[in-house]
Design a protein around this ligand. Sequence first.
Ligand code: T1G
Length: 692
Amino acid sequence: MAAINPVTDLVIEDGIAVVTLNSPPVNALSVAVRDGIYQGIGEALDNDAVQAVVLICAGKTFIAGADIAEFDKPRSGLTLPQVQQRIEDAGKPVIAAIHGTALGGGLEVALVCHYRVAVPSAKCGLPEVNIGLLPGAGGTQRLPRIVGAEKALEMVTSGMHVRAKDALAMGLVDELTPEDGLRAGAIAFARKVVAEGRPLRKVRDMNEKVEAARGRPELFAEFRRGNARKFRGFQAPEANIRCIEAAVNMPFDEGLAFEHKLFEELMAGTQSAAQRYYFFASRKAWNVPDVPADTPTIPVNTVGIIGAGTMGGGIAMNFLNAGIPVTIVETKQEALDRGLATIRRNYENTASKGRISMDDVEKRMAQLKGSLALDDLAQCDLVIEAIFENMDVKKEMFGKLDRIVRQGAILASNTSALDLNEIASATSRPQDVIGLHFFSPANVMKLLEVVRGEKTSKPVIATCMQLARRIGKVAALVGVCPGFVGNRILAQRQREAGKLVLEGAMPWDVDRVLVDFGLPMGPFAMSDLAGLDLGWRRENSTGSTLREILCEMDRRGQKTGAGFYDYDDKRQARPSPVVENIIRDFAASKGITPRVVSEQEILERCIYPMINEGARILEEGIAIRASDIDVVWVNGYGWPVYRGGPMRYGDSVGLDKVLAKMQDFEARFGDDFKPAKLLVDMVAQRKSFKDL
Ligand code: T1G
């Protein structure tokens, strides 16, 4: 065994050289890894005793891409194309042996090898689009030459991971080895290639599939049309599409140059910087400074859920999807049956789209038990209440759970804003009480706000953060305050939106500005979707707010065909002349003279108070770090990831500018715009949220 460098070994076994990379955690293509491949493969090729070379990785995965952490540092060492050239021009077969995930630059290295083998559990992908980039080492030119333009378009714009057996079917992988025999399997495959005198295939020379797509320009137009909504606002998907087009219409080297040009443009842009920031932010959120990684955790093998409504049912699905049995409790048989039927219907819906099998549906439903008796939760490891959002109701429930559920179990509330400490005070075990704030629809939305009570124990926190990862959520640990992090910041935007429509902007103006900014939906369209009558009762309605007036007119949102907007029978929204008049009259009754409100003012008045509230949240220690607030807003409210999150956006605008605007608005509109002390201090110290 020769150590080529600290992360690369070379062994020659009876004519087959094995170059092994070992650079935890994911063998990313750092300077050392690139150097190791170049030197290791080079030494093997120069050795006359070597007939073929296997490139394999130690640890949990094959190369998972370029080292993203290197992107913001000065470039050094061999470039990836130089390393690839060494492999592609080799005079002997080079075989990539894949386990874990071959992603981004990792797959691009495998694509310059002459052959690829993989274990059945391996996956391949070009997920650069997720960090606002495109495969910058020939991936957009080589991939379509193997899998065809259509599949390549789907892969590079979705960032999807393709399972090994599908990769085999597409020709992306040449053979599957036994799950526990990758090295031996790869060596045996190499011997076969040598013995059979198989050709030194260069993917760059395989033109049949790209030439076949040359006569189908509509392929790209249809793909663009079919994905316009999903790609709205993002730059990277379109750049990826153009590179696949180049692979179809240009000679390889021209296409490679085109790819390089567009890669550099994306790399220099603000969107990729924000998406790379978010990549690390979403991983940093798992770290809780005072709850170390080795904190003991509580095994969670059974979950109890109280409430089989929209939230309870959605929450249950998260655990069933992870293979964790669930007992769901309702007060009435009819409500329970409806809840169970809804869960089954959701699964069957997913199965009808081919995302799971009907067998999966039955397996998951078999793990779900319905009950009318809280006593059936007595032995659960975790019990989550998802009942009516009222403090008295929740305290009564937690008092019962305290008497019924075994000692040592975790008692969680799905409350979206109530004081968790007060809920915990209804039990004799506040150390076992925590908030698990799911976002609706709970089986779809990635975000989980884990709410830490003042007495919540560290093992309970560690267990819930680990459980969040197990059920595929992105978690942020937050403290107790009205609305925690996400909804507390949302309230700032909703308040300003309500004021703006009295000052002269219309609901559709405010929504348009925020949707153009990149949010999935504006506050008024969101209210119509949720229903304007949440918490509204006709008997005590006083017509003192726009919302009450609309509800009294039965304009209660999409469900009644009218709310802030008018809706056609396909629920397409149109600005409403009726609402415009109601707003004008209402403003007049308040003595407000409407004025023209600029789009810039709408944007700044909605967004800057969100950033300011984020600063307050940090001052109060409700969030651990600024990037956690961004993780909350990207995953819970659809903040455009290409803008990083509210706090990252504040940095990109410049906190001095945000502060100046807040001070200007404070002078004009009052205390709603009072700058947070932290914001004032950070500007004085020329600091950004990224420094926190
Ligand atoms: N670079 C640097 N660090 C990385 C990394 C990468 N590519 N991938 C993961 N990490 C770190 C991560 O920050 C975390 O660190 C640890 O590894 C475990 O990650 C030229 C330009 C591979 C599926 O986009 O999708 O190639 O928090 O928690 O859940 O065309 O990591 O422990 O300190 O996510 O098991 C393209 C990104 C790069 C793959 C593993 N590649 N990574 O998931 O672990 S651009 C990617 C992932 C590129 C070329 C272009 C996942 C994973 P820490 P983790 P996991």
